[in-house]
Design a protein around this ligand. Structure first.
Ligand SMILES: Cc1cc2nc3c(=O)[nH]c(=O)nc-3n(C[C@H](O)[C@H](O)[C@H](O)COP(=O)(O)OP(=O)(O)OC[C@H]3O[C@@H](n4cnc5c(N)ncnc54)[C@H](O)[C@@H]3O)c2cc1C
Length: 429
């Protein structure tokens, strides 16, 4: 966080270092300062989305993406505030927006603002604009590169603060360095993935419109992951394709080689998953994420709360614990639409023979005469399950967004400290 703040302020610090103009009105300086902080914020967004483990591990990728959305919005607000303050201080600037009169600088500033505003609008209103996720992603990348490049041209062409050579060189180097992680993610990483291909070994139908997709490594030993983590998966096509989707590993982390994912039919990619033929090439970028029992030191007893396909990472954890013959006490609360639609129901029952596992299935639409709880997973249901001999269990929660928020609230209300609650959100945008 400290590094982020330092890097975000770096362009302002570079601009403020001598030599710099003196005796100008405060409001003009304020407007320019807002612009430099905005430039830093825009540049840093490229680093946030580059899936670096150093960035995502401590916080979880969902929080990092949420932070990216908030900081991206702040960056755009700063850049717009810069334009408003600058033109209020010197209204003649508006006429300079015509390139033949004002040159490249003011016009580049306008291009940057338009690109960034479109970036924000297309992100907030993707569905209303009818943009497919993949088209939006490409547009997002292009608009952000245009927004940053135009902002840099604006600074270099207009800025009296970047008039001398070393400042210009440092600002250009700073901007290029910030974009490097995305170059790595989109060009270099796929080249590395190409050398580590997988093939689809098996696609099995599970209950609840879900498919288990098994992959085996081709010509390499495969990857190691912690149970509960996820990977970005491309099936067919090229490792450079923008069509890649995040899926949690659902197989045991202790079985080397073959890996499995549980994929629920929800949209165009997942809706086609059942027709993928064994032998199809696949590319796996992972492991990612911090949602794992292996990353928690004091998980003496656990409470898993899964909703719908949120059972996928929990299956990976349970299957791994099963392989390890784990002796700790575990509770699984599994919210599903119907009892028959609960994926992996039989396997979970079977695991009880080896694990100290209590399973509470909570169907939204229970069958006639259902003896257990049904409907939403409530605080009343969780309260007696959240503690083991008076000590708080370590909770792992994964499911639809609405359910996760209410479960988190309920667990806190039951007295579980925030550090004991681990969440994995499947909704990044
Ligand atoms: C960390 C994580 C782990 C996940 N694990 C699983 C899992 O184990 N099993 C499972 O079935 N689903 C999982 N998902 C959700 C899965 O990624 C989406 O359901 C899938 O990408 C939808 O693609 P689609 O083309 O079928 O649907 P679409 O109709 O294109 O998309 C539906 C929604 O899924 C999200 N989405 C689509 N494409 C992507 C993408 N490339 N990257 C990020 N989000 C996207 C968007 O929010 C979109 O609105 C996980 C998501 C995340 C973030």
């Amino acid at each position: 966080v400290t590094l982020y703040l330092l890097l975000a302020c770096a362009p302002l610090v570079i601009a403020a270092l001598p030599p710099r103009p003196v005796g100008r009105p405060f409001v003009v300086e304020l407007g320019i300062a807002l612009g430099f902080i905005g430039l830093g914020q825009i540049a840093l967004q490229f680093g946030l989305i580059a899936r670096s483990e150093k960035v995502t591990r401590p916080f979880g990728i969902d929080l990092v993406m949420q932070y990216h959305r908030q900081m991206g919005t702040l960056a755009i607000a700063l850049v717009i505030a810069h334009a408003v303050v600058a033109s209020a201080a010197r209204p003649s600037i508006l006429a300079d927006l015509v390139p033949s009169r004002g040159g490249a600088g003011p016009f580049a500033g306008l291009v940057s603002i338009v690109a960034l505003a479109w970036l924000r609008i297309s992100s907030g209103r993707r569905k209303q604009l009818g943009l497919r996720y993949e088209s939006w992603r490409l547009l997002h990348l292009l608009l952000s590169v245009v927004g940053l490049a135009a902002a840099l041209v604006h600074v270099l062409a207009t800025g009296i603060y970047a008039a001398i050579a070393w400042k210009r060189a440092v600002l250009i180097a700073y901007s290029c360095a910030c974009v490097l992680p995305v170059v790595w993610l989109r060009l270099v990483l796929p080249a590395r993935l190409k050398r580590r291909p997988y093939v689809v070994a098996d696609v099995r139908a599970e209950a609840g419109s879900t498919w288990s997709v098994a992959l085996t490594p081709e010509g390499h030993p495969g990857l190691r992951f912690a149970p509960g983590q996820f990977a970005w998966l491309r099936i067919g096509g090229s490792p450079w394709s923008l069509e890649e989707h995040p899926f949690s590993f659902s197989s045991s982390a202790d079985r080397a080689g073959r890996i499995e994912f549980a994929v629920k039919e929800l949209g165009d990619f997942t809706g086609r998953i059942g027709s993928v033929r064994p032998g199809t090439r696949a590319w796996v970028d992972g492991p990612h994420g911090s949602f794992s029992i292996d990353f928690v030191q004091d998980a003496d007893s656990t409470l898993f709360v899964a909703g719908g396909i949120g059972i996928a990472p929990v299956m990976s954890i349970l299957r791994t614990l099963y392989d390890r013959r784990d002796r700790r006490s575990h509770v699984l609360v599994y919210g599903c639409t119907t009892r028959e639609g609960a994926s992996f129901g039989e396997e979970i029952e079977e695991m009880k023979r080896v694990l100290d596992l209590q399973v509470v299935i909570v169907p939204m639409r229970p069958p006639e005469g259902w003896p257990g709880p049904s409907g939403h997973v409530t605080r009343e249901l969780l309260a007696p399950l959240a503690f083991e001999s008076g000590a708080p269990r370590t909770a792992f929660v994964c499911g639809p967004d609405g359910m996760m928020s209410s479960v988190e609230e309920s667990l806190r209300a039951c007295g579980l400290p925030p550090g004991k609650i681990h969440m994995e959100r499947f909704q990044l945008v």
